[in-house]
Ligand binder design. Sequence first.
Ligand code: UD1
Length: 352
Amino acid sequence: MKVLITGGAGFIGQHLARRLVTDGHELVALDHLLGQVHLDPEASVAAFPGEVIVGDVADEEAWASLPDVDAVVHLAAETGTGQSMYEVDRYRRVNIGGTELAGRFAAAQGAPIVALSSRAVYGEGRHGCPEHGVTFGAVCCDRATAEDSQEGDEHRPVSVYGETKSEGERALDGVTAQIPVTTIRPQNVIGPGQALHNPYTGVLAAFLAMLKEGKPLTVYGEGTQTRDFIHVQDLAAIIAWALTNPGDIGTHRVFNAGSGVRTTLVELADHAASGAPIETHGITHLDIHRAGDIDDACADMSAVAAAGAPMPQWSTRDAVADFIRSSWEKPGAPADAWDKALGELKERGLTS
Ligand code: UD1
């Protein structure tokens, strides 16, 4: 079938595209090729196995120029948690407005849509407590323990990014009467091809830059905060499955996408250091908290398993090592670019 991938020239899009082409699908991408993400836009276009139409998903006219397709995968989004706290309009426009237009386009085509949201919609997520039972969002007391997030859990985003992802999901509700709609909520996605020069992207790209410069890894706070890291190939497998098993009209299907394993930032730093081909210099703790950051994240993957979707294959340690190995020789931003990004948050009073 002919598949439109918005954000197809990006990190997740390129992995998904290679997989879908191998499965015999024809592809077209709609991508803005933004400088913050694409160091070399021409190379991104050349790597995509199909036509790339340059356009902004939040721009109605961009959708008018697209060919007819059989299915839509909507990946295009602004993704920086910290940056979202001050670039509010930009994040709302792309992540909510862009998703609404993607849904409208898919419905007009009669094409199923698979859209990427984020685990950020859960905020601090689910906690279990002997005194207060199951709670969502702010932690009730020190007897509560973090539990894996389930797809039906309440949305309690703590960042503008998380809010835009939550509202973006709602923007697709309106088309469920016309086409099958699937929303996937990835945890922290890592792997080869991740943007290395964008200091608004994830912690692992920051650790790579520090390792390459022989610097200690900067961990914000104690490093006991957890994340769930999924290898990009495992995420691509779930998206590809959702595309060929589109579900029913009338329901908005939602699936988590994580490894289902909690990793603390200190453990992540250790995995990253062991993947580095040179001597490493431990960790520096910085006593700082970025507005919008959460303490705990981990996906409950039982609904994904029950639906028969492919379960993640990569262990976190191997996924981190794969990222470090494949990215070591590639150009990226210097480590101090992340210090500057943090400085921007500080100036705006978005750290404590
Ligand atoms: C990330 C993604 C987001 C995705 C979400 C899903 C980015 C920018 N954001 O958000 O798109 O939807 O996962 O869970 O990729 N930290 C350090 N040292 C550093 C940098 C960060 O200790 O040098 C800490 C942060 O304070 C935070 C943790 O690492 O506690 C993870 O931060 P980060 O990777 O930036 O993003 P998430 O908020 O997890």
